[in-house]
Design a protein around this ligand. Structure first.
Ligand code: NAI
Ligand code: MG
Length: 346
């Protein structure tokens, strides 16, 4: 079976880390066939479309994509829409998997110790983020003086994401935490919580509890090892996964996979990082680990995924690290070190 992959580097550091991820992916999946496509801000400036039809068609043809990041302006630009939101919508990529595993790496800017006292378990958690509704539908408008953003939650989408989370929990340590804010939003977050709870009846082997999102944030910061799988709505999942990423080494390391039915798009959690773009020092680990998620959860190549993840962690563990992890290595040096771990000397 040939693995077909649509590669979309995007803007800023996206275009710097994606080629590295493709290179190491090729090392563990020799039957990889690639179609290149474009999306993002530069693409919009050039052709007036941030997510061209040709890119959509290429993703559909491949059924899998690896996407870097785009620079989305934080003001309204006529005609521009965030391409990743467009992709999630176009292919109904309803589940966003965001795992964090503590291997002792910490962002250089963080004061959290990498070494833990004996007997303290390390974080190994998976945030399953609902990816199709909530505030990301972008129904924003003015009503007189009021700026309004609508947040709709459906039982169907909540049940669907609940099932994904429960299946992952079953395959892991069999514990699921539902994160919501039903004390303030009893209707919308009540629908979410109740729909996940109803799905959980079919998973008697999975222990289910729930936390309010603010408490969950504190607990992820204070005692992340208590979590196995967390399921939550779109915005909460976005925010909590940045926080959780701290335990795995931060934004340069955090991977994500958008999953639908038959289509998957891997993307590092980070954005285009304009502060370091063009310097050749972006950490390619997040993009590489995202590619590993494609192997594991979309293509079913568990062994290749294991090899790739182990190679990334071995290279970083040996001290070949970009500045975000306190090192002085460049993107290309990390890439070479991961390839070396995979037996390839370039
Ligand atoms: P960001 O993730 O781009 O950067 C946050 C911090 O993390 C910065 O200090 C950056 O240097 C660092 N960082 C990010 N990726 C890194 C890497 N690979 N290696 C080392 N350090 C890394 O988030 P920010 O600054 O909030 O957003 C910048 C732009 O990215 C915005 O235009 C935003 O809209 C866009 N963005 C796009 C996303 C996407 O396309 N999926 C996701 C998040 C943001
Ligand atoms: Mg985010």
């Amino acid at each position: 079976m040939t693995l077909k992959l649509c590669v979309i580097p995007g803007d800023g550091v996206g275009a710097e880390v994606i080629p590295s991820a493709v290179e190491v992916l090729r090392a563990v999946a020799q039957d990889l066939a690639i179609i290149s496509a474009e999306a993002g801000w530069a693409c919009f400036e050039r052709c007036g479309d941030s997510f061209p039809t040709a890119t959509r068609d290429a993703i559909r043809e491949c059924g899998a994509a690896l996407f870097g990041a785009t620079s989305s302006p934080s003001r309204k630009v006529e005609g521009y829409r965030s391409p990743i939101l467009g992709m999630r919508r176009a292919f109904d990529l309803y589940a966003n998997l965001r795992p964090t595993r503590d291997t002792g790496l910490r962002p250089a800017a963080s004061a959290v110790a990498a070494s833990l006292p004996d007997g303290i378990a390390r974080a190994d958690l998976l945030i399953v983020r609902e990816n199709t509704e909530g505030l990301y539908v972008q129904r924003e408008y003015m009503r007189g003086e009021e700026a309004i953003a609508e947040r709709a939650i459906t039982a169907a989408a909540s049940a669907r994401i609940g099932r994904v989370a429960l299946e992952h929990a079953r395959a892991r340590r069999k514990a699921l935490t539902i994160v919501h804010k039903a004390n303030v939003l009893p209707l919308t977050d009540g629908v979410f919580r109740d729909a996940v709870r109803a799905e959980a009846k079919a998973f008697p082997d999975v222990a289910v509890n729930e936390l309010l999102v603010d408490t969950a944030a504190l607990q992820i910061a204070a005692r992340p090892q208590q979590f196995d799988v967390i399921v939550t709505t779109n915005l909460f999942g976005d925010i909590l996964s940045d926080l959780a990423s701290l335990w795995g080494g931060g934004m340069g390391v955090a991977p994500a996979l958008n999953l639908g039915t038959g289509v998957a798009i891997a993307e590092p959690v980070h954005g285009s990082a304009p502060d370091i773009a063009g310097k050749g020092i972006a950490n390619p680990a997040g993009a590489m680990l995202s590619a590993a998620l494609l192997l594991r959860h979309h293509w079913g190549r568990t062994e290749a995924a294991d090899r790739l993840e182990a190679a990334v962690h071995a290279a970083l563990g040996a001290g070949v690290r970009t500045p975000d992890l306190g090192g002085s290595a460049r993107t290309q040096e990390v890439t070479a070190a991961v390839l070396t771990q995979l037996g390839i000397h370039r």
